[in-house]
Design a protein around this ligand. Structure first.
Ligand SMILES: Cc1ncc(C[n+]2csc(CCOP(=O)(O)OP(=O)(O)O)c2C)c(N)n1
Ligand SMILES: [Mg+2]
Length: 312
């Protein structure tokens, strides 16, 4: 298990570092919201899911797309705006999708995929399927009205959905304490009658165990939903490949304890040197091949502009 978790964490970290490296060349044609520092949440959750379980999430999408099994070549091609991308090069980083692997699509509009996940879980329940649905969202999404409507409905109908709040304390540049009088996501879930639990930063194994237990209970016919608040920190700027400590809304001093708790070395030290180096080599080769695939792929044809568009 530790090898799987390390591989997934390392893969996401390295993919996003490569995105940050390539970004200034303008080959990547979409804005990118990096999750460096927060990857452990997607990994801890998705490692506990089955291939036919589904995830819904926000524009900060790379980590859960990859952790759930999304195709890496199609992801890089999507970022490059190429026809071989997972959304045919028309969606970019904020609209990653891989339905075959249970990644049901990201959205740039804060909070919107929470009701999508709940609706999907309602369908699962009506069809008596044993699958679990996960909804990933940030602390900012807990300020949306649709968050509360969705939690209420999921609780009322006892749906097999796991809400995962990635609480990095910021919505763009504004700290949660300046946005909310009662800034505790778990309290909001409990107010809707949902079992809620907070997980400390970088505790991948604990998160994995807790998601596993919740998913097992729901598959065995127990009622959902469940709510997990994961404490975390965004290392890079809100959108883009750089740091942003020069902006003044947060300090390097505030960030440093979070950086010290990084999940990656915490799991790496549990593996043998041989296993680490083998896994790293495999991942690096896969990433190089995916970037090559994106670079060599064609752009969409002009006719593609009017395809997949809802209209008369
Ligand atoms: C409905 C809506 N309102 C406002 C925005 C502008 N916006 C984009 S990202 C963001 C911050 C969201 O913060 P959070 O949910 O905590 O996610 P994080 O970026 O921290 O992962 C906001 C307000 C938006 N995209 N959609
Ligand atoms: Mg946030």
């Amino acid at each position: 298990m530790n090898e799987r978790i390390f591989r997934s964490l390392y893969r996401i970290r390295r993919v996003e570092e490569e995105i940050a490296r390539i970004y200034p060349t303008d080959k990547i044609k979409s804005p990118v919201h990096l999750s460096i520092g927060q990857e452990w949440i997607a990994v801890g959750v998705c490692e506990a899911l089955r291939p036919d379980d589904t995830v819904f999430g926000s524009y900060r999408s790379h980590a859960y797309y990859l952790a759930k099994g999304g195709d890496l070549k199609k992801m890089f091609a999507e970022l490059y705006g190429k026809a071989t991308g997972c959304a045919k090069g028309k969606g970019g980083s904020m609209h990653l999708v891989d339905v075959a692997h249970g990644v049901m699509g990201a959205s740039a509009v804060v909070g919107t995929t929470i009701p999508n996940a709940v609706g999907y879980a309602y369908a699962m329940k009506l069809q008596k399927r044993k699958n679990v649905v996960v909804s990933f969202f940030g602390d900012g999404a807990t300020e949306e009205g649709v968050f509360h409507e969705s939690l209420n409905f999921a609780a009322l109908k006892e749906l097999p959905v796991i809400f995962v709040c990635e609480n990095n304390f910021y919505a763009i540049h504004t700290h949660i304490s300046r946005r909310q009088k009662a800034p505790n996501p778990c309290d909001k879930a409990k107010a809707h009658g949902i079992v809620a639990e907070q997980i400390g930063d970088g505790d991948t194994q604990r998160l994995y165990n807790r998601i596993n237990a919740a998913a097992d209970l729901m598959r065995a016919g127990g009622s959902g939903p469940y709510f997990f608040e994961c404490l975390t920190y965004r290392w890079k700027e809100h959108v883009g490949p750089n740091e942003d400590f020069d902006l003044g809304y947060r300090s390097r001093q505030e960030a440093s304890p979070w950086l010290e708790r990084d999940a990656l070395p915490r799991i790496e030290c549990l593996l043998s040197a041989e296993a680490c180096s083998r896994l790293k080599t495999e991942v690096e080769e896969e990433i190089s091949a995916a970037i090559r695939f994106a670079e060599e792929s064609p752009y969409p044809q002009p006719e593609e502009l009017y395809m997949d568009v809802i209209g008369d």
